[in-house]
Design a protein around this ligand. Structure first.
Ligand SMILES: [Cu+2]
Length: 594
């Protein structure tokens, strides 16, 4: 199928030089660590599942942080029983009551965030976590990535909601929409200017809207496994690449201070990866271990919770790429349009931008074979980070491998079709053009900081200003719009919008008209020579009343988001004369397009 080809974002080179286990040592976490992490080479265990009971999921989470003995910033969510980053499992229609306690301390991290002067004392009001808008390294909140729930305080409001250390637990209370597509979602903090450090430190967890087996007969009865791939600062930043790798050009730094793309598929990565917190560090990439029964089919639900790292996943048996049966992207089943039946999209590799999810059927290797979960290199452009080929996990077949904790229902009732007509059949009320761009603070001095912009065509590029409150885009609930997102910079970006999913209509000028929806999509880099900028065309769905309110769209590479690559949208109620809950007059948008 044509649409699936676009998942391939990378140069298709994977030469097998995974760099197998070395004698590298790693200090295991001490027993009294708040956020203990498994040692390198560990068996991949599953996050704890918290399931709703009688239509309600009650969760107490505390966010902690500290500096590890290796000097990196570590973050975690701990629930009332001490579980780290539990998976929140809910059914459509369930009520979620999540109390979040902030136990953060200032780790004195610098970086892009230091450029942001968001700490304005006038707005400091710890009694008003809904409106303080305070953005400091110890402020926190939660964004429920992918859910179509309202952008209002105590639900999914990430602009002004800010919880400080010492505040009483802050209550999130929202209902999972009855028509939320079943699949993999996630939670993470969303304080503007301070997004990257917590995510690199591990502040993220999965959320599952149950019932994916009701959308596709191929899933009935399959064991399911949640795999969260995160990135983190390099454990061995000064080590030379493994001897098994080809020699690459001298490593350069990009504008964010990360290892720049070598264009070879090799060399030092910008960040290390972990899988369910098992680190897989450069330079040896000693893999984590996934145990599975020989030949067993499972549903793997993979979240790329990286701050900046793109994934291009493949499974190899005896070094040969295997077929992966893609059934959902970004929490939305592939047959969401109702036109695809029990469609499974068989692929040999799956591109996953930061923030995105893929859910696919995978088969355990035959007894005696060895399997590998790898990420192939991603071409992030001359201005992008280095995301080289690397091993993530060894897939070890064994007859006595433990079964995953959860199994999909064997004979589920089919899910009723979506209540709204398919997005692809709705005429857009307008087309807008937005573009990603980057600018050096001093254009002639490559050593100065970079500002990152996402701009509506016709407006003046500038970094996101959280204090302005003036939306860049105003739309009406009940409508759909087409947005063309261009990339005028020399690196890959990942467009994401809160509160809704969109339909990918065109990718680089080629119609794809996917039969499913996404909430995050790659926009490839501009090579400086093409006559037009690379672009995607998206159909944006503002029909759901839950989209009413003010929220953001941004690049999901958190360095770019922290650096200003974010915009503000206000969705107005369909009918006029509905005073906003926030009170007061609403500012006009900067400039109405078309
Ligand atoms: Cu970006």
């Amino acid at each position: 199928m044509q649409s699936s080809r676009i998942l391939i974002v990378a140069a298709a080179v994977f030469s097998c030089a995974p760099g197998f286990p070395s004698a590298q040592s790693f200090a295991p976490s001490s027993a009294n660590e708040v956020c203990p992490r498994p040692a390198i080479g560990s068996v991949v265990s599953e996050p704890e599942d918290l399931r709703s009971d009688d239509g309600v999921l009650k969760v107490d989470l505390t966010v902690h942080n500290y500096t590890t003995s290796e000097g990196s910033s570590r973050y975690c969510y701990i629930d009332a029983k001490g579980n780290q980053s539990p998976t929140l499992r809910v059914n459509p229609g369930d009520l979620v009551i999540l109390n979040l306690k902030n136990d953060l301390v200032d780790l004195h991290t610098d970086g892009a965030a230091a450029n942001h002067a968001h700490m304005h004392a006038a707005s400091r009001n710890a009694d008003q976590p809904c409106t303080s808008g305070l953005m400091t390294p110890t402020s926190t909140n939660l964004h429920f990535h992918g859910l179509t729930i309202p952008p209002i305080c105590h639900q999914d409001e990430a602009l002004t909601t800010s919880i400080q250390p010492g505040d009483p637990p802050f209550e999130y209370r929202f209902r999972i929409p009855a028509d939320e597509p079943p699949g993999l979602y996630w939670y993470h903090p969303h304080i503007h200017g301070f997004g990257k450090v917590p995510l690199l430190g591990g502040a993220s967890g999965a959320m599952i809207v149950e019932g994916i087996e009701r959308t596709n007969k191929a899933l009935a009865g399959l064991p399911e496994r949640v795999l969260i791939i995160r990135d983190q600062d390099l454990l061995n930043p000064n080590a030379p690449p493994a001897k098994s790798e080809p020699v690459v050009p001298k490593m350069l730094l990009d504008r964010d201070g990360d290892t720049a793309n070598t264009g070879t598929g090799f060399g030092k990565p910008a960040k290390d990866l972990s899988i369910n917190f098992v680190p897989v560090p450069y330079p040896d990439y000693r893999p984590a271990v996934i145990q599975i029964k020989p030949g067993e089919q499972q549903l793997w639900r993979v979240l790329n919770a990286s701050a900046i790292t793109y994934l291009n996943l493949a499974v190899l048996f005896n070094r040969a790429p295997q077929q992966l049966g893609l059934v959902a992207i970004d929490g939305v089943p592939l047959n969401e349009s109702g036109a695809m039946g029990d469609f499974v999209d068989w692929q040999t590799h799956l591109g996953v931008p930061p923030g995105a999810r893929v859910e696919f059927i995978v088969k355990g290797p035959p007894a005696g074979a060895s399997g590998l979960l790898v990420t192939r290199t991603v071409d992030t452009g001359p201005g992008g980070e280095n995301d080289p080929n690397r091993t993530i996990a060894l897939i070890a077949p064994s007859a006595d491998a433990p079964e995953p904790r959860s199994k999909l229902a064997a004979s589920p009732d089919p899910l009723p079709p979506p209540s709204l007509p398919w997005l692809g059949t709705i005429a857009p009320v307008r087309t807008r053009r937005l573009y990603f761009s980057e600018k050096l603070l001093e254009p002639n001095n490559p050593n100065t900081a970079t500002e990152f912009y996402i701009t509506v065509e016709g407006q003046t590029p500038g970094p996101f200003d959280p204090k302005s409150g003036v939306p860049d885009i105003v739309v009406k609930q009940g409508t759909v719009e087409d947005w063309i997102i261009e990339n005028r910079s020399s690196e890959l970006h990942a467009f994401h919008i809160h509160q809704l999913h969109f339909l990918l209509l065109d990718y680089l000028g080629t119609p794809v008209n996917e039969p499913f929806l996404r909430d995050t999509v790659n926009v490839p880099y501009f090579n400086g020579r093409a006559l037009t900028y690379p672009a995607v065309r998206l159909r944006m769905d503002f029909r759901d009343p839950n989209t009413v309110g003010t929220f953001v769209y941004h690049c999901h590479l958190l360095e770019h988001e922290d650096g200003g690559m974010m915009g503000l949208i206000r969705v107005e109620p369909a009918e006029p004369a509905q005073p906003s809950g926030a009170g007061g007059a609403q500012p006009p948008d900067k400039k109405r397009s078309q």
